[in-house]
Design a binder for this molecule. Structure first.
Ligand code: PLP
Length: 429
């Protein structure tokens, strides 16, 4: 094993992070090569900097005129220069500050500085690389975002333990506890918590967050090492008063020495920038100190360096400028209002159409989606009929569930679309 990887592993020795590392996670390191030497030269090479593989003219990166014309408010360096492997420092600090502002109970000492990754998907995939080996189990909500299967099962050969996290109108704490206790007996628990949830659109209440944390605490306290990945892709899109307004990551980060929590989040959905491809990974654990977080970040940087090398530079500077722009909060408030009204239109329809013979809504109160469980018909048949006969596109998740992205519908479309879905389902039964 490379000597830098050994050094990082010895810094992490005895911590939950070291115990949960995959074989790749143990081997990976960030070399003191081109990137480190070039960063040193950027600071100290006053006479000439011949380190980085970029082309400069009069001290600025060369840039095509068409690019600078289309991005007139970004400098050459903000547009075409390579970004640091872990992200532009000011962007990382901005997200750190935002995490603390959006989650008042989050304690800075329990979390790392966020690392920039090229999208939440990439961030989750990197965590799978670092913390999952073949045949290891990850507890996951069923139904879940379909990409988890590609990331954990196909890429990493881990095993998804599908547990229905939701029951009637709430979290199914009994099933979750059973799965966690069962895994805890093996000495290790790995779990993904995705709230607001894709595809159900549910987020827990504060009482449910308490129950989830108690259950994870008990597993850790019984001696198991626990890795929790909080996929917070839809963070903040909470439409009801009784949902917990903070990410469960805040609680998990300070819960127990044997709990390692990771927050995968970003502006993708929160800030309406789906194609910008920028997101963040933040580590949190009561048992880790700054040196441990730094070692984990070095391992994540090695993972980034060996795959995409670094994230998109203009995306990072555009995010900085967007956050500094006075119009942004107003825009966000307005868009939130639009989404909330769409949610309320769905809610009113569902409340007025209980006891449908075929479709039962899974609990929903947040995010972009709501889903129906189909009884007696196949979800795929319903999807085909809706598309072919009525020109309505929805997602079938296996044979049992259909997902409606109400975020993508105008408010006035919601009642007629749901009405058609209900009728089509009845006709199929
Ligand atoms: C639960 C969940 N996580 C992550 C993502 C992906 O986010 P990104 O586009 O930033 O990779 C999505 C997108 O659909 C999602 O639904």
């Amino acid at each position: 094993m490379n000597h830098i990887a050994c050094e990082l592993n010895s810094i992490l020795e005895g911590t939950v992070a070291e115990k949960m590392l995959s074989n790749f996670g143990k081997r990976i390191y960030f070399p003191k090569g081109i990137i480190v030497q070039s960063a040193e030269a950027k600071k100290f090479a006053e006479t000439a900097n011949a380190t980085i593989g970029m082309a400069f003219h009069k001290g600025k990166p060369m840039i095509l005129s068409a690019l600078s014309d289309h991005l007139p408010y970004l400098s050459e360096a903000e547009t075409v220069a390579y970004a640091p492997t872990a992200g532009v420092e000011s962007v990382r600090e901005l997200w750190f500050k935002h995490l603390l502002e959006k989650n008042p109970s989050l304690k800075a000492e329990f979390i790392s500085l966020p690392v920039v990754v090229p999208g939440i998907t990439a961030g989750i995939s990197y965590m799978a690389d670092i913390f999952f080996d073949k045949d290891q189990t990850v507890i996951i909500n069923a139904p879940c975002w379909d990409n988890y299967s590609l990331i954990f099962e196909e890429r990493r050969e881990a095993r998804l333990r599908n547990v229905s996290f939701l029951l009637d109108q709430s979290i199914d704490i009994v099933s979750i506890t059973e799965a966690i206790e069962d895994e805890a007996r093996t000495g290790e628990v790995r779990i993904v918590l995705n709230f607001p949830n894709n595809p159900a659109g549910y987020s827990p209440t504060s009482t449910e967050v308490d129950m989830l944390c108690e259950c994870i605490y008990r597993a850790a306290d019984s001696g198991a090492n626990v890795f929790v990945l909080c996929d917070d892709a839809y963070y903040g899109l909470l439409y009801e008063d009784n949902t917990c307004k903070e990410s469960i990551f805040c609680r998990l980060a300070g819960l127990h020495d044997r709990v390692l929590a990771v927050k995968a989040d970003g502006p993708t959905k929160e800030d309406y920038v789906w194609g910008l491809r920028i997101a963040f990974i933040t580590f949190g654990s009561k048992g880790l100190k700054k040196a441990h977080f730094d070692a984990l970040i070095q391992k994540l940087m090695g993972t980034i360096r060996s795959s995409v090398s670094c994230s998109n530079t203009p995306a990072q500077f555009l995010l900085l400028k967007t956050f500094a722009d006075q119009r942004t909060q107003d825009n966000k408030d307005r868009y939130f209002g639009i989404l909330q009204r769409r949610y309320l239109a769905v809610r009113r329809f569902i409340d007025a159409h209980q006891n449908h013979p075929v479709l039962k809504a899974l609990p929903f109160n947040s995010g972009y989606f709501m889903s129906f469980e189909c009884t007696g018909i196949s979800a795929e048949s319903l999807r085909r009929v809706l598309l072919d006969k009525y020109g309505i596109g929805v997602i079938a998740l296996g044979e049992k569930y259909i997902r409606i992205a109400f975020s993508a519908l105008n408010e006035e479309q919601i009642t007629p679309v749901l009405d058609t879905i209900f009728k089509a389902a009845e006709e199929l039964a």
